[in-house]
Ligand binder design. Structure first.
Ligand SMILES: [Zn+2]
Ligand SMILES: [Zn+2]
Length: 145
């Protein structure tokens, strides 16, 4: 007999029919209902944003992200995930910055690097240069070169 397990959502003890089941029967059913609602809504409103979806279906944004992340919900069917550029606030589809800001940040970082190459760093390197260097450094690391 399968071991009892706490439902990942409501915490209730239940007997999973397989080890991949994380939710109790009730929560599993609720989630399936919510999922169907979202799917139905997207069928009729192909350009719905996540904000619209949460309003129309009452499903939490976090839950919709979960479905998108797990591939259950097609990312193309949700145009606006509610992400915004950390620099200018423009809405974006993925990552932390919009294309423009990402390009600007990278070129700023390059400038700082170029400056550091020209003027060999002295003991009194300013704080600003150091911060810039960190940004450049993390961009390079993220890109893997
Ligand atoms: Zn439950
Ligand atoms: Zn931006």
């Amino acid at each position: 007999m399968a071991a009892l397990r706490n439902c990942a959502k409501c915490g209730k003890l239940f007997t999973p029919i397989s080890s991949s089941i994380k939710l109790c029967v009730q929560c599993e059913k609720d989630e399936q209902d919510q999922f169907n609602q979202v799917k139905e809504y997207l069928k009729e409103h192909a350009k719905a944003t996540v904000i619209e979806l949460t309003k129309a279906t009452g499903v939490e944004r976090k839950q919709i992200y979960e479905w998108v992340k797990s591939g259950r919900l097609d990312i193309a069917s949700v145009l606006d995930l509610g992400l915004s550029c950390e620099s200018c606030g423009k809405s974006i589809k993925s990552g932390r910055f919009c294309i423009e800001c990402a390009a600007r940040i990278e070129s700023d970082a390059r400038k700082v690097l170029a400056q550091q190459d020209r003027t060999k760093p002295t003991d009194s390197g300013s704080r600003k240069d150091r911060a810039g260097f960190h940004v450049a450094d993390s961009i390079r690391r993220r890109r893997g070169y």
